[in-house]
Design a protein around this ligand. Structure first.
Ligand SMILES: *Cc1c(COP(=O)(O)O)cnc(C)c1O
Length: 335
C-alpha cells in the first residue's frame, strides 16, 4: 500500500519497536518514569525551553496549553482554518469555556498583523478578554516566515497576550529551512510538537514552555485524563524518532517535490501548492470518485476531492512516487 492520505499513517519500524520494548519505565503520574522524564527534558532543551510535558496527542497538547494560558470566558486568536480552531472537536469551548476569535488566513497562510491587532480586546467589561495568540507551523505544509513570526509574537507581547505555537510539523519546518528548533520556537510561551506525524512514532506529543507553565499544564493534563503510567514505552518510540527520523524528513520533502513535478505534466491535474511534505492538487470534480477507486485498486490510497492533499512520509519511498505518477498518467490516458 502507498498511503498518501496523511503522514499519521506511518507504522513504527523494527528498530523503533525494539527501542520501545527496551524502555525503562515507572509510574509517570508520580514522575517515576525515567524514560519520559529524560525525553521531556531532551525535547525542551533542543527547543530552547525550560520544561516539557509528554502528552498522548497533539490535540491534547493544544487543549492543555489553552487551559493553562486562558481562564474561562477568555479568548484566543487563531487562524480560521488552523487545527487548534477547526480540527480539535471544539475542545476549547466544550471543555474550557474558552472562546475562539478566528481570523482569515492570507494567501501564504499567515495572519494579517493589523487584523490580529484589531481583534484584540481588553479591559472594557463588555469584552471577551483576549488572552492568547495561537499560531501554526507548518500550516498546510507552508513554513511560517521568520520575520512574520518575530513580528506577530512581538505584537502579542506588546498587548499582554501569551503566545502558543502548534508545531505538529515543526521538525519539517526546521529541516526545510535549516533553522534550529530553538529559532522556530523563539517568541512563543508554549509549543506543541508531534512525534506521530512524519517522524513515525505511533503515539506522542510534547508540550514545552517555562517551568510555571508546565506545572499548570501537568495539572490540566491529569484533568483531561492524560496522566499515564508506564508510558516510557511510548516516549522511547518518540525518542527513537527524534534521533533517527528528523534529518530524513528532507527525503519526504524531496518526494513531495518530485510528485508535484510528475503530476504537473498531466493536463487534468492542477498542482496548487507544494510545501515541505504536502502537495495540494485540484482534480476535475467528476473524476474524483473513479480516480480514487482506480488508485485503490493499485494499492494507492488518497482522499480525492476538488482540493486533494497528498502527503509524503516515512513509509513512502522514491519508487512509490514514480508508481503514483505513473498510475495518474494511466488513469487520465484511459478517460
Ligand atoms: C495532527 C495535528 C495536530 C494534532 O492532532 P492529533 O491527531 O491529536 O495528534 C495538531 N495540529 C496540527 C496542525 C496537526 O496536523
Amino acid at each position: 500500500m502507498i498511503d498518501l492520505r496523511s503522514d499519521t499513517v506511518t507504522r513504527p519500524t523494527e528498530a523503533m519497536r525494539a527501542a520501545m520494548a527496551r524502555a525503562d519505565v515507572g509510574d509517570d503520574v508520580w514522575r517515576d518514569d525515567p524514560t519520559v522524564v529524560a525525553f521531556e527534558a531532551e525535547v525542551a532543551e533542543r527547543a530552547g525551553m525550560a520544561a516539557g510535558l509528554f502528552v498522548p496527542s497533539g490535540t491534547q497538547g493544544n487543549l492543555t496549553a489553552l487551559l493553562a494560558h486562558c481562564q474561562r470566558g477568555e479568548a484566543f486568536i487563531a487562524g480560521q482554518s488552523s487545527h487548534i480552531y477547526r480540527d480539535e472537536g471544539g475542545g476549547a469551548a466544550a471543555l474550557g469555556s474558552i472562546q475562539a476569535q478566528p481570523i482569515a488566513h492570507q494567501v501564504d497562510g499567515t495572519l494579517d498583523l493589523g487584523a490580529i491587532e484589531g481583534a484584540i480586546v481588553g479591559e472594557d467589561i463588555h469584552h471577551t478578554r483576549t488572552r492568547l495568540l495561537a499560531l501554526e507551523n507548518t500550516y498546510n505544509g507552508k513554513v511560517m516566515p521568520a520575520a512574520w513570526q518575530a513580528d506577530a509574537t512581538a505584537l502579542a507581547r506588546r498587548h499582554g497576550l501569551a503566545t502558543h505555537l502548534d508545531g505538529a510539523r515543526l521538525f519539517n519546518a526546521s529541516v526545510a529551512t535549516g533553522r534550529s528548533l530553538a529559532a522556530l520556537c523563539k517568541g512563543f510561551d508554549s509549543v506543541s510538537l508531534c512525534f506521530s506525524k512524519g517522524l513515525g512514532a505511533p503515539v506522542g506529543s510534547v508540550l514545552i514552555g517555562d517551568a510555571g507553565f508546565i506545572q499548570r499544564a501537568r495539572r490540566w493534563r491529569k484533568t483531561l485524563g492524560g496522566g499515564m503510567r508506564q508510558v516510557g514505552i511510548l516516549a522511547a518510540g518518540c525518542r527513537h524518532a527524534l534521533e533517527h527520523h528528523v534529518e530524513r524528513l528532507a527525503e519526504d520533502h524531496h518526494s513531495a517535490r518530485r510528485l508535484s513535478e510528475g503530476l504537473a505534466g498531466i493536463d487534468e491535474v492542477e498542482v496548487k501548492a507544494c510545501d515541505t511534505n504536502m502537495v495540494f492538487i485540484a482534480l476535475p470534480r467528476d473524476h474524483c470518485q473513479a480516480l480514487e477507486a482506480f488508485m485503490a485498486s493499485r494499492g494507492i490510497l488518497l482522499a480525492a476531492g476538488p482540493r486533494t492533499r497528498l502527503v509524503t512520509h516515512l513509509d513512502v519511498g522514491e519508487d512509490d512516487i514514480e508508481s503514483v505518477v505513473a498510475a495518474f498518467k494511466t488513469y487520465f490516458s484511459q478517460v
